[in-house]
Design a protein around this ligand. Structure first.
Ligand SMILES: *Cc1c(COP(=O)(O)O)cnc(C)c1O
Length: 407
């Protein structure tokens, strides 16, 4: 595969105005014009390289957008104030009242809530389907369908979408395939597999330091221009604009993403194998037991691995809570939502990030109460981490006290 997303980031050169090795941070909301004519042309979208007002675009935001477009292999990208601030304008831009969306039923809780509860206010209806069944997806298409929406690796169940297969269906029926790639940056490149639009919550792995919320939309120049249009662009008009100081900060963190992803994946893979071997119900795309292991393998860029997310099921919410509290006490990570931090983060999605999803639907999709979602950190000594985690599990009778086999 000739496409090397990390190198595409590495190859970028942006200098500050005094030759700084980092681009200068644009500290302005508005920009002067030498001529009134240029201001008019900029409003009309006809003056390349001119800035108008920072809700429309700013140099810092363009730098970050271009770096992320290079990573995803799309023509361009636009950054937003949060992941939801990327997802919602894409949907509002692509759909009119009366339109229909087909979405994976296992998606981020906020996206689910938007599609289920919010967009119907604009008469945009969504069918939630098992995205791993391509025939079900195709059978759900109506004359009003505009979008197929999924996550490359779903939150929190780690279902894997067949992006090539979905892209074929989308093309055949003239729909847009929108893929949220938050869980698998660098590892999976949805646009290269045929997705039309790729979104990320930069809040997670890409920024990686749990100090901000941020998002991005990667797509064609035409679509990104539409989003920014002063007359009818959803990004411009809904106003979820990233602050320049923040985008400068996210850009600096992006440069180490390839190293971090390798470590997240290495650590998660190690723990997943151990947990499964211990007899825990473990879900991780890197395990042969994962129903989409081969599919993930066929889509991934090998060296970034299967990502940093894994789940185990400890049977009940009480057990899950006890275990998470104990692991936090032993400094194995934090009981917190979100992902992509240097510390391991764990939470029980049924009572937190997926609580927007009604009980019966959670059950139908296999999201049980005892499920713990881990975002595995950058621990330097993962064997030691495993040993202490195992001790916690034995202490709480999640596991029997047989000696852990240390490889
Ligand atoms: C967190 C998350 C979002 C939302 O992003 P925010 O930055 O919190 O707005 C969307 N999709 C996925 C998969 C996420 O994990």
């Amino acid at each position: 595969m000739a496409f090397k997303p990390a190198n595409n980031i590495q190859d970028l050169q942006y200098f500050g105005e005094f030759g700084g090795v980092n681009p200068s941070v644009s500290d302005s909301s508005t920009y002067t014009f030498l001529s009134a004519k240029t201001m008019f042309d900029t409003f009309e979208g006809n003056a390349d390289g001119c800035y108008l007002y920072s809700r429309h675009s700013s140099p810092s935001n363009l730098y970050l957008g271009e770096a992320l477009a290079a990573m995803e292999g799309t023509e361009t990208a636009t950054v937003t104030a949060s992941g939801m601030g990327a997802i919602t304008p894409v949907i509002m831009q692509l759909c009119n009242a009366g339109d229909h969306i087909i979405s994976s039923r296992t998606i981020y809780g906020g996206t689910y809530a938007f599609l289920k509860n919010f967009s119907p206010k604009f008469n945009i209806e969504t069918s939630f389907v098992d995205i791993t069944k391509l025939d079900v997806v195709e059978a759900s298409i109506t004359k009003d369908t505009k979008i197929i929406y999924c996550e490359s690796v779903s939150n929190p169940l780690l279902e894997v979408a067949d992006i090539k297969g979905l892209a074929e269906i989308a093309k055949k029926h003239n729909l847009k395939l929108v893929v949220d790639n938050t869980f698998s940056p660098l590892s999976i490149s949805p646009a290269k597999l045929g997705a039309d639009i790729v979104v990320h919550s930069l809040t997670k792995f890409i920024n990686g330091s749990s100090d901000t919320v941020a998002g991005v939309i990667c797509g064609t120049q035409e679509f990104i221009d539409n989003l920014r249009n002063v007359n009818d662009g959803a990004c411009m008009l809904l106003g979820a604009t990233m602050d320049s100081l923040r985008s400068a900060s996210v850009l600096k963190n992006l440069r180490t993403l390839h190293i971090r992803m390798q470590q997240h994946s290495f650590n998660a893979n190690y723990l997943a194998e151990k947990f499964e071997n211990d007899g825990l119900k473990t879900v991780y795309p890197g395990l042969k037991s994962h129903p989409s292991h081969e599919l993930y393998k066929s889509m991934m860029l090998d060296k970034y691995g299967y990502g940093g997310m894994l789940t185990i099921d400890v049977g009940s919410i009480d057990k899950a809570n006890e275990l998470m509290e104990l692991m936090q006490e032993r400094n194995l990570g934090y009981l917190a939502v979100s992902l992509g931090f240097y510390k391991t983060l764990f939470s029980a999605p049924g009572s937190s990030t997926s609580s927007e999803i009604p009980d019966d639907e959670r059950e139908a999709m296999g999201l049980s109460d005892g499920l713990i979602r881990f975002s595995i950190g950058l621990d330097a000594d993962i064997k030691r981490t495993y040993k202490i985690m195992r001790e916690c599990m034995v202490e709480l009778n999640v596991l029997e006290a047989k000696a852990p086999e240390l490889v």
